[in-house]
Structures are given as C-alpha cells and as structure tokens.
Design a protein around this ligand. Structure first.
Ligand code: NAD
Ligand code: LMR
Length: 339
C-alpha cells in the first residue's frame, strides 16, 4: 500500500535535518533527567536514531515509565529505565551521557538564577559518571551551561579522569534558532542558512557570526540588530510564552538529538562532522577564558579539532567583546563551586 511504502521510505531515509547515519556500532547512550520536559522527547528522538543501539533512561522520578513507553517504538535499540537509586546501574557500559537534569527558568529569571539548584545536581551526576563510566562523552544541557560545563570538567578533574575531548556544552539550540530565524528573513530554507554561533549560552554571550553565511551577510542595519537580539534571547521568548510552565523543551530535545547524532557520527569515524559546541578551548585561554564555543570537528575521540573564529565584522567584534567578560565570570563561578 501507499502507506506501507512511505513508511519504508521514511525509515530508510531518516529526516535529513535531524539524523544522518553511517555504519552502525554498539553505542549505549544514557539520558540523565529523562523524565523531564526535555528528557522525554529527547529519549523518543534518540530511540529513533539508528546510531543509538541501547538507551539508558535515568531520573529521580518517572524514568521507568518513560522507558516502558519509548521502548515500544519499532526501532532496533534496547531501552531500559532506572529509578532514583539506580544511577550507577544506569551508567554501566555507557559511551555517551546526555544531561538535561535540573530546573528550568520562569519569567523574570536569568539562566544564572538556576545556578544554586543545578550546580550540585550536575556535579553529583558528573561524579557518578567519573566513577562508573569514566571514558564516557558527557553532553551538558542543564543551565547555566556557561557554568555547568566547567563544573563537570572540574568534577572529572578532581576524580582524575577529565579528558577535554569528551566534555561538551550543548549550544545547538542557538544554532538551530539562528538557522531558522535567518532563513525566514533571507527567504531561503534553513538548510541554506547554517550559522556559526560562538561564545557561550546566555544572552550576550551568544555570538552569531552572520557574516560567514552568504544569505545572512546581506542582513544589515535594524534587521541585523533585531535578528541578533532574537538569536541571543530566543530562550526568553519561549519562557515568556510558557508563562511559568518552564522553558524550551521540544526544540531543545530536537537540538540535543541533533548534536548527539553528530557526535555519534564522529565517534563512528565519519569525517568532516563540524558543529559549534562549548568545550575546553585554547581560543581565549590567554584571557583567562578556558571554555568557549566555536566550530568543533568531531571524531573518533570526541573533539578532533577546534576551529578558529575566522574573520569577523566590526559588529561581530563588538558582540564578542560584550561576550567575553560575562562568559569569564560564569566560568569562574562554576570552577569556584567545585573548588
Ligand atoms: P524539567 O523540570 O521539565 O525536567 C528536569 C528533570 O530533571 C526532571 O524530570 C527532574 O526530576 C530531573 N532531575 C532533577 N534532579 C535530578 C537528578 N539529580 N538526577 C536526575 N534527574 C534529575 O526541566 P527541563 O525543561 O527538561 O529543563 C532541564 C534543564 O535544561 C534546565 O536546567 C534548563 O534550563 C535546561 N535547558 C538548556 C537548554 C540548552 O540550550 N542547553 C535548552 C533548554 C533547557
Ligand atoms: C534556551 O535557550 O531555550 C534554554 O537555555 C532555556 C532557557 O532558560 O532559556
């Protein structure tokens, strides 16, 4: 039938914007915070990724239910849910750990206002990864990313297992938003407006480099200021619209699944997988900023190559200057928490 045929086609060619696959390997992925607003749809999307062969879902509440539900989806991967006291079991044999655990913003809050609650959640989860799966790649979604990534790194460092090639702050939602918002302005599809977004993941630390895309570079004047502001404060748009019920969950799940797929492709040996991500970086280390998001090539060991920013316009240089001091403060706050 037509339906059966199109279903076969859909399975054979997964959505090109989200997943592409190469040769499959045994890859167990854990989601910590799988019962949450991001965790649930992220688990569903990872279940549909052919590069994920086993899915381990953990939360302090609700993960076994999410796992039972997601496990009925007809893809080849195994799914298992773990209750609050089963964190170590959830991490056994895991290659990639995605962390969306923690509280989201309400209107009027900054991401930094989440620090007091989320810092200890992320630290404790990182300590468990260090203990049980010290070679796992850790993808941090929990906010404030500018601080939670340094917290994860410092926690692993304390345990003697930190490898800067394996810790990533997920900034993909900024990249997804930039492509979407710019495509609307430029009158082309988002696949034609991939935008490199550098810096960090909060307001002015988010620096989109529009000049490096042929469709985006012609956006100037008031339109330029507006779209840059929208990329920097897209998160607030969602927080306000949800009116107290939380922040972006569905677009974030999409972005998280997309970044996970990129990492898995790199780990599987695919060449040329490049995307922005917030990692331990030499780019601004001489200014005391040792984590930074820029284009990163992903490979068999995780970070393969950190790209330079390339040439910036005077406007982009100004955005970068506004980013650096705030990013520095956020990073130092994370480090101080673990020290
Ligand atoms: P949510 O409240 O819906 O879900 C969070 C989940 O974390 C809950 O199920 C909760 O039980 C769980 N949790 C809490 N402590 C835990 C622990 N110690 N171990 C395991 N699980 C634990 O929130 P959400 O909307 O899913 O957002 C989660 C986080 O992601 C927030 O910090 C939010 O700010 C952040 N976020 C980041 C981005 C990004 O671009 N990086 C985008 C959106 C949201
Ligand atoms: C986002 O960018 O949507 C997330 O960081 C959530 C938030 O607090 O805005």
């Amino acid at each position: 039938s037509f339906l059966a045929r199109s279903a076969v086609r859909a399975c054979a060619a997964p959505s090109s914007r989200l997943f592409s696959s190469s040769a499959a390997r045994l890859t167990k992925v854990a989601v910590l915070g799988a019962g949450g607003g991001i965790g649930q749809p992220l688990s569903l999307l990872l279940k549909s990724d052919p590069l994920v062969t086993s899915l381990s879902l953990y939360d302090i509440r609700g993960a076994p239910g999410v796992a039972a539900d997601v496990s009925h989806v007809d893809t080849a991967s195994e799914v298992k849910g773990y209750a609050a006291d089963q964190l170590d079991q959830a991490l056994e044999g895991v290659k990639v750990v995605v962390i969306p655990a923690g509280v989201p913003r309400k209107p009027g809050m900054t991401r930094d206002d989440l620090f007091n609650t989320n810092a200890s959640i992320v630290r404790d989860l990182a300590a468990a990864v260090a203990r049980v799966a010290p070679e796992a790649h850790i993808l941090v979604i929990s906010n404030p990313v500018n601080s939670t990534v340094p917290i994860v790194a410092a926690t692993l460092e304390k345990a003697g297992v930190f490898d800067p090639k394996r810790v990533f702050g997920v900034t993909t939602l900024d990249v997804v938003r930039a492509a979407r918002f710019v495509s609307g302005l430029a009158g082309v599809t988002p696949s034609e407006t991939p935008i490199t977004v550098v810096g960090g993941h909060s307001g002015p630390t988010i620096v989109p480099l529009l000049s490096q895309n042929q469709h985006a570079k012609s956006i100037t004047g008031e339109a330029y200021g507006k779209v840059v502001h929208r990329i920097q404060f897209g998160g607030d748009e969602v927080v306000q619209a949800k009116d107290g019920a939380g922040s972006a969950t569905l677009s974030m799940a999409y972005a998280g699944a997309k970044f996970t797929n990129s990492l898995l492709r790199g780990l599987n040996g695919e060449k040329g997988v490049v995307t922005p991500t917030f990692v331990k970086s030499p780019l601004f280390a001489d200014q005391g900023i040792d984590f930074f998001s820029s284009n990163v090539e992903l490979g068999p060991n995780g970070v393969e190559k950190i790209h330079e920013l390339g040439s910036l316009t005077a406007e982009e240089q100004k955005l970068l200057e506004a980013c650096l001091p705030e990013l520095k403060k956020n990073i130092e706050k994370g480090k101080a928490f673990v020290a």
